[in-house]
Design a protein around this ligand. Structure first.
Ligand SMILES: CC1=C(CCC(=O)O)c2cc3nc(cc4[nH]c(cc5[nH]c(cc1n2)c(C)c5CCC(=O)O)c(CCC(=O)O)c4C)C(CCC(=O)O)=C3C
Ligand SMILES: [Fe+2]
Length: 362
């Protein structure tokens, strides 16, 4: 049976964007932090992370590889649907892509955001960006729907379960049994977590449900329940503003004091190996492990894992059926329900005051 994507005539991948050469770094950081109150010293420090990698973030190449994999998955499934890509902070910018979609005659597109969880940064801010880009293009811009959050979709979770198992297998036999699993995500201000989702606290709750589910699956596969925590990386902002803790490095110090000799770092908050992963985890946290005499193995991100890639088709066909008024079964794992299609009023509120956004009731 040929899969039915109607009423959609395209998929739009919506992402963060990153610099591709040294001259891009400062203008990119200006785009990211415009009006966000990030201290100058923090910006200089983050700029150095990019320069350490030749002024090029891996994120755009990761998105190109992901799009190629999704196109191949569509093709082999008989789904004839073009895939477009637009970013919040760097070329290709959302408005430019929407203009191209309009010229190509795209009337309606489903958007997949490269952020799996609810928060202002990972959800509403992208919805505001979509509103602004549609407004910029004006008459004839495609109508956009945002595909639901996928933190608890089996395509994402299964990929992370296997990545965790592979990372554990890499540890030395002498330390594996006592290894500690650190599920890592991007820190956000505690106030941003408190405002996330329709009732608040969704950012942390969603990560805890993914961590629990991976822990259960690892126990089934290995017969061992590993000690674990949810920890955070990439804290930004002004020092007096509270952000989610503990930081991954601080937690490793504590664990080392308690005699832990090995950690597996599982980046559940990130869907590909971008700068937070290759700098904050593979460079900084790895150096902390070295200093503490601990073994550290970092689990792979979902990247182009075939299950994660085919999840996109599943979410797209599910939403297409919903839009056609059909009943759907929504794949999900763990304690939380499958996420909503359209964000409820107030969901992931913008703490600087309301701004127009697409794909929500407000
Ligand atoms: C929750 C979350 C995700 C995960 C969800 C998702 O994936 O979207 C994420 C992803 C990313 N964040 C990224 C880069 C940056 N984030 C920054 C700043 C901030 N991030 C925040 C949150 C998040 N960020 C927040 C609350 C701030 C403070 C400023 C503000 O309130 O807006 C800054 C400014 C410098 C700094 O302060 O670190 C940079 C450069 C890149 C690109 C990496 C690359 O280039 O490879 C990616 C994928
Ligand atoms: Fe960020």
């Amino acid at each position: 049976m040929v899969p039915d994507a109607a009423p959609y005539d395209a998929l739009l991948l919506v992402s963060f964007g990153g610099p591709e050469k040294p001259e891009d770094v400062v203008p990119f950081l200006e785009n990211v932090t415009r009006g966000r109150g990030i201290p100058r010293e923090r910006l200089e420090e983050v700029g150095e992370h990019y320069f350490l990698f030749g002024g090029r973030s891996p994120i755009n190449d990761q998105n190109r590889a992901f799009i190629a994999a999704v196109e191949e998955d569509f093709r082999t499934s008989g789904l004839d649907l073009p895939v477009y890509w637009g970013n919040r902070n760097w070329d290709p910018y959302l408005a430019d892509t929407l203009r191209r979609m309009k010229d190509d005659g795209i009337a309606r597109a489903a958007c997949l955001v490269t952020s799996a969880y609810s928060s202002y940064s990972g959800c509403r801010q992208y919805r505001e960006n979509l509103y602004d880009a549609v407004a910029e293009v004006g008459e004839g811009a495609p109508r956009l729907d945002r595909l639901r959050h996928y933190f608890n979709h089996p395509g994402f979770v299964e990929a992370m379960v296997d990545a965790t198992l592979s990372a554990l297998a890499e540890l030395g036999d002498d330390v594996r049994h006592d290894a500690h699993v650190l599920f890592v995500t991007h820190s956000v201000p505690t106030a941003m977590n408190a405002a996330s989702g329709p009732e608040g606290g969704a950012y942390v709750a969603q990560h805890l449900s993914v961590a629990d589910e991976i822990g259960d699956r690892v126990r089934q596969e290995t017969g061992h329940r590993y000690a674990s925590d949810l920890v955070f990386c990439s804290r930004s902002g002004a020092p007096h503003v509270p952000w989610l803790e503990p930081d991954v490095n601080d937690r490793m110090e504590e664990l080392a004091e308690g005699g832990v000799r090995a950690v597996v770092v599982v980046p559940i908050g990130f869907v590909s190996d971008h700068m937070e992963v290759i700098y904050d985890l593979d460079t900084e946290a790895a150096a902390t492990a070295e200093k503490l005499g601990m073994q550290l193995v970092r689990a792979a991100t979902a990247g182009v894992d075939p299950r994660f890639v085919s999840m996109v088709r599943d979410l797209l066909l599910e939403r297409a059926a919903v839009e056609r008024g059909e009943d759907v079964t929504r794949a999900s794992v763990g304690a939380l329900e499958p996420s909503w299609d359209v964000c409820p009023p107030g969901c992931c509120a913008n703490q600087r005051g309301p701004r127009p956004a697409l794909c929500g009731r407000d």
